[in-house]
Design a protein around this ligand. Sequence first.
Ligand SMILES: Cc1cc2nc3c(=O)[nH]c(=O)nc-3n(C[C@H](O)[C@H](O)[C@H](O)COP(=O)(O)OP(=O)(O)OC[C@H]3O[C@@H](n4cnc5c(N)ncnc54)[C@H](O)[C@@H]3O)c2cc1C
Length: 455
Amino acid sequence: MNYDVLIIGAGPGGIFSAYELILRNPGLKIGVLEAGHALHKRRCPINGTTVKSCIGCKSCSIMSGFGGAGAFSDGKYNITNDFGGTLYEYIGKARALELMKYVDEINMAFGGAGTKLYSTAGTQFKKLCIQNDLHLLDASVRHLGTDINYVVLENLYNHLKDKVEFFFDTPVKAICPVDGGYRVETEKESFTCTDCIVSVGRSGSKWMEQVCRELDIPTKSNRVDIGVRVELPAVVFSHLTDELYESKIVYRTKKYEDKVRTFCMNPKGAVVNENTNGIITVNGHSYEDPARQTENTNFALLVAKHFSEPFKDSNGYGESIARLSNMLGGGVIVQRFGDLIRGRRSNADRMRDSFLTPTLNATPGDLSLVLPKRILDGIIEMIYALDKVAPGTANDDTLLYGVEVKFYNMEVAVNERLQTRYDGLYIIGDGSGITHSLSHASASGVHVARAIAGN
Ligand SMILES: Cc1cc2nc3c(=O)[nH]c(=O)nc-3n(C[C@H](O)[C@H](O)[C@H](O)COP(=O)(O)OP(=O)(O)OC[C@H]3O[C@@H](n4cnc5c(N)ncnc54)[C@H](O)[C@@H]3O)c2cc1C
């Protein structure tokens, strides 16, 4: 075998596998095959002037490359079992939390020291939320910020680069079981290894499904979250964000009893495009450095949909809705809440008259032509509910960008070692459908490395 361990994907899952394997067994020969670019070559061409929206690069620098989808993220490491994945179902709650804390310690040692750890413990907002039929979930959140997150990744890369062989711009095409391990095929060459860790994240979801089909690894359909990204003046949420940074709030709608939740809150942040398999959706991030902060806060409002029979393709459903918004808006659509409520589209004039300056250049339009009624009704109900704890949320100028879709990979059948039915073939991180966050994906990397290193 060329390698003891090959890791496919250099996102947080892959990076933390490599880190822990080297720590536990420095003698191992490890290779990392990554479809995207090296960290310093990752650059999204959108600059706000000559390139204003997504031009569909072959390898999306937001989603792919060293650091994975997390590289330009807000770097919020949520240390909790309440959301961000179901890793605890495989390895137990205490172990999952312990690994998330361990990942936090490494991040601190590699440049994150001095960043703030927020916590919901003892907060007065829990009471305020519940009084308004809103439910604040428990978590500690380390906010690295997009800038420090990048520094941590740079330091981790410098630490790993002489101990691990990295192959960038090297998408893996196939994994074939062979005697004593696996042959991993890329466009240009083949590699062999004893153990193979697959950590291909959301951008690798289609390929992951293909691998599971080819190798007959059981999968089950996961949910898809559909909604909008809300942007409003930072002062509206400052009482919550100053204390908690991110508040995960869940609301059960009166009309359909659907759950709507806040997701990925970015105080003083910016709304950004996201390209998943050629579909343009919306996301957000913010910087730790005050000089790079904006006047606005953004967060997603999402409704989870899970299909099983006779239609199973939850992601396909989300994709179709995102495609519809791309068709109508040429990308992401933005609408003022006031326009949505009055049943009219937003246009350039109404946007110009607004008191809020958008941080993303999106096409003014009408989200009610895109989002299914049930989902849109839920979002509107939740905006009014949030208005009670953060007055101003339901203002006319509050912006809704659509659509935000959180695709979840099919959940892959693995055991408590995160190993498939094949000895030595592990599937971790968001690519496994088990994790949906930086902290859970990273923790799954540490877990699998310890399983392989056997100590
Ligand atoms: C804009 C944005 C902001 C986010 N903000 C946060 C946040 O603040 N907090 C949070 O917890 N989560 C956040 N997330 C989600 C978080 O980034 C992911 O949960 C996390 O990165 C998952 O890690 P992973 O290693 O499983 O996969 P990924 O980070 O997706 O990495 C997978 C890697 O595998 C590579 N790959 C895919 N297919 C192949 C192939 N066939 N061959 C070789 N390589 C392949 C990809 O190029 C990619 O680099 C954000 C995501 C985005 C896009």
